[in-house]
Design a protein. Structure first.
Length: 373
């Protein structure tokens, strides 16, 4: 917790929220504040709901740089008082169980919630004696089996971006774990190419699914052994290859691997409007996510597509990758409950998005392929 925002911490303390960009949400930046020694690293920018915040614990161990997380919270408002609601306080209790993350000093945690119709952002009084460490109760209260309806995923991603203290960022999902030493190797490359040389480029890593019963590979050599046995697959190869496959994977595996550095494998064209790359970028140059997209429809695809329309090149990095435990074969429950791709309101979102891109980047209209709703 950032104690510059706390008063009378013996029992009651005050945390201050502020209106988020469009005033639809309230946000508390730096509920936890990362240590300044990480300000020259790459921020791993993540989003989470309370049932899934525990994934942060492993990231705090394996990621070498700052971590900035946007967490969707229950509304703290109660009629007639500034005292935080029990649900909000229980959410804070869930967060405070993440001791590896808190003690690492790497994690900046930013909380947000949808503002009440007649509510406002401002001071929230929290009763520290209302906190609980009953993990069974908190798991029951915030179960993974109950998807969050209308999850504002791109707002969460942007809260993490805006709350980060570093210039370089990697927008990722909490279920994807980076290979060992990803941040240190990528930081050298990205600092040189994106900041020092000022290239209008993003640096893309490959993603793989690893079979459940297999130990996670610590480098590309170990990954290749699993890949040959089909215990490691390119991300969503069996579910949605159009959105995730990156060409030349066999050639990529043959590039020598070095312990302390990496390099650019190839610059490839972005000509598939379904592609959903995850990349390291310069936060001063890369657009924010478009927050009008409903979960789970094209919420990350739209950023890659707009980045292409904005004139960025896409460089594939050698040797670095992220891993998802388990092989996906169908939609999750949360995805099944999301907005249908043929819903008229969603098609209107896509229409408005494409019009905005045409107005902003008319010269690249035919460059990046067809954006598929």
């Amino acid at each position: 917790m950032d104690y510059s925002k706390v008063q009378n911490i013996e029992r009651y303390f005050i945390i201050k929220s502020q209106p988020y960009r469009d005033d639809k949400y309230c946000v508390i930046y730096d509920y936890w504040k990362s240590d300044s020694i990480y300000n020259d690293t790459i921020s791993l920018t993540l989003h989470a709901t309370l049932p899934f915040v525990a994934y942060l614990e492993e990231h705090a161990v394996v990621w070498g740089g700052a971590i900035s997380v946007g967490v969707l919270m229950p509304n703290p408002d109660q009629i007639g008082t500034n005292l935080a609601s029990k649900m909000f306080t229980d959410g804070l209790s869930k967060i405070e169980l993440l001791e590896k993350s808190r003690l690492s000093g790497k994690v900046g945690l930013h909380l947000f919630w949808e503002r009440s119709t007649f509510g406002s952002c401002g001071d929230i009084i929290v009763d520290s004696q209302a906190f609980t460490r009953d993990e069974d109760y908190l798991t029951f209260l915030f179960p993974k089996s109950r998807p969050t309806p209308y999850y504002p995923v791109n707002t969460a991603r942007n809260v993490a971006r805006l709350g980060a203290k570093t210039r370089l960022f990697l927008s990722c999902d909490t279920e994807n774990l980076p290979v060992a030493n990803y941040e240190a190797k990528m930081r050298k490359l990205a600092t040189r190419e994106l900041i020092q040389n000022g290239k209008k480029m993003v640096i893309v890593h490959r993603r793989f699914e690893i079979a459940d019963a297999v130990e996670l590979p610590k480098n590309k050599t170990e990954l290749f052994e699993l890949f040959k046995l089909e215990y490691a697959l390119e991300f969503h190869k069996n579910y949605y290859p159009e959105g995730h496959l990156i060409p030349y994977v066999d050639e990529w595996f043959q590039v020598p691997e070095y312990p302390d550095e990496t390099s650019i494998f190839k610059i490839i064209d972005y000509n598939n409007g379904e592609w959903e790359p995850q990349f390291v970028g310069d936060t001063e140059a890369v657009p924010l996510h478009d927050e009008t997209f409903p979960y789970p429809n094209r919420g990350h695809t739209e950023l890659g597509y707009e980045t292409c329309r904005a004139g960025f090149k896409f460089a594939i990095v050698n040797n670095l990758f992220t891993m998802h435990i388990g092989v996906k074969t169908g939609q999750s429950n949360a995805e099944k409950r999301g907005v249908a791709f043929d819903d008229p309101s969603y098609l209107k979102v896509v229409s408005n998005y494409l019009k905005r891109l045409y107005d902003a980047y008319p010269e690249t209209e035919a460059t990046c392929g067809l954006f598929k709703p």
